[in-house]
Ligand binder design. Structure first.
Ligand SMILES: Nc1nc2c(ncn2[C@@H]2O[C@H](COP(=O)(O)OP(=O)(O)OP(=O)(O)O)[C@@H](O)[C@H]2O)c(=O)[nH]1
Ligand SMILES: [Mg+2]
Length: 313
């Protein structure tokens, strides 16, 4: 559909709220001065306000102190330095969703709290998988919310992939079982499973999520092969709690960070990566079908610092 160049533009404009706020604060701190402790403190604060995390902010500033103390730095030079440092810190976690050769179907379960963008992510992911030449089936295991199946059915139609859904209020694990059974019989490459949004204090929904995982494992001991936790970037630091809680319930294998286009807290990806060292597979920067992309640390960091795509740092 859209070319890569279009994606860079979307990533950049998606992160604009974060990058503008950050850039303004950095500019304020620098203003043609030599690097001194006061400036470093202001820089640290600017980074923390972008939700990059206290530890990362301190490390970045320590690096500046070591290499630049007493020297004049240009604002652009500073942003390039930060982008490079952030990108290398993210390299370890930027791992694409593994497409497992010889596994059919590869079962990808999508979980998260209410409204983070799970269903939309499943839809966009279906499109991405198809672009990778994989056949896809969707399982609508959100039987909790009335309109949820309909919402996923629209995505199925848009991506021209089959959908398995149950009756309203049907047992979610039953739908998952039926979907995997059918996906196996039909030789589908990828089964993407949407689940109901759950708050961690809703014990029964958490138990339901565990049941879905268990029941899938009865048909295929390796399934689900991937459990993606969808985190909404606009929630900032709260994403940390969500990850911790979901991880204690099911083996979360990777993250999708959505709504980077609607937040001044886009730096939270950096903080999550550093703290949990869990792969970030995708980021979402919009509601459109092509607005989900594999996480690329260099592009992300440069967009975060409001720099152009390719220029050398
Ligand atoms: N701007 C923006 N909006 C998004 C993104 N991802 C999802 N949304 C929007 O966020 C809202 C909630 O998305 P859903 O996919 O329904 O979220 P959900 O997690 O499935 O919600 P529940 O099933 O109710 O828990 C919708 O209006 C989506 O269009 C994104 O990356 N950017
Ligand atoms: Mg949903």
């Amino acid at each position: 559909m859209e070319a890569g160049g279009g994606w860079w533009t979307r990533l950049r404009s998606g992160l604009a709220r974060t990058s503008r706020a950050l850039r303004d604060r950095l500019q304020e701190a620098v203003r043609g001065r030599r690097v001194d402790e006061e400036m470093l403190e202001e820089l640290e604060e600017a980074l923390i306000l972008a939700d990059i995390g206290v530890d990362t902010a301190r490390e970045l500033v320590d690096g500046l102190r070591r290499s630049r103390l007493g020297r004049e730095v240009g604002e652009e030079e500073l942003r390039a330095y930060l982008a490079d440092a952030i990108a290398s810190g993210l390299a370890e976690v930027a791992r694409p969703l593994p497409l497992r050769a010889g596994v059919r179907p590869q079962v990808v379960l999508v979980a998260g709290v209410n409204g983070t963008g799970k269903t939309t992510t499943v839809g966009k992911l279906a499109w991405w998988c198809r672009e990778q030449g994989r056949s896809v089936m969707l399982a609508a295991c959100d039987t909790f919310r009335a309109a949820a199946q309909e919402q996923l059915a629209i995505w199925a139609e848009r991506c021209r992939v089959p959908l398995v859904a149950g009756a309203p209020r049907a047992d979610a694990a039953g739908v998952a079982y039926e979907a995997l059974d059918r996906a196996r019989r039909e030789g589908v490459d990828m089964l993407l499973v949407d689940t109901a949004g759950r708050l961690h204090n809703r014990q029964e929904l958490m138990a339901e999520l565990q049941k879905i995982v268990r029941v899938l494992g009865k048909l295929d001991a390796e399934a689900p092969h991937d459990i993606l936790l969808v985190l909404d970037a606009t929630t900032g630091q709260n994403a940390h709690n969500q990850l911790e809680i979901f991880r204690s319930m099911v083996p979360v294998s990777g993250l999708v960070v959505t709504k980077l286009d609607g937040t001044a807290k886009g730096g939270v990806v950096v903080a999550l990566a550093r703290r949990f060292r869990i792969p970030v597979h995708f980021v979402g920067v919009g509601e459109g079908i092509a607005d989900l992309r594999p996480f690329e640390p260099k592009a992300f960091a440069r967009a975060l610092l409001d720099l152009e795509e390719g220029t050398a740092g």
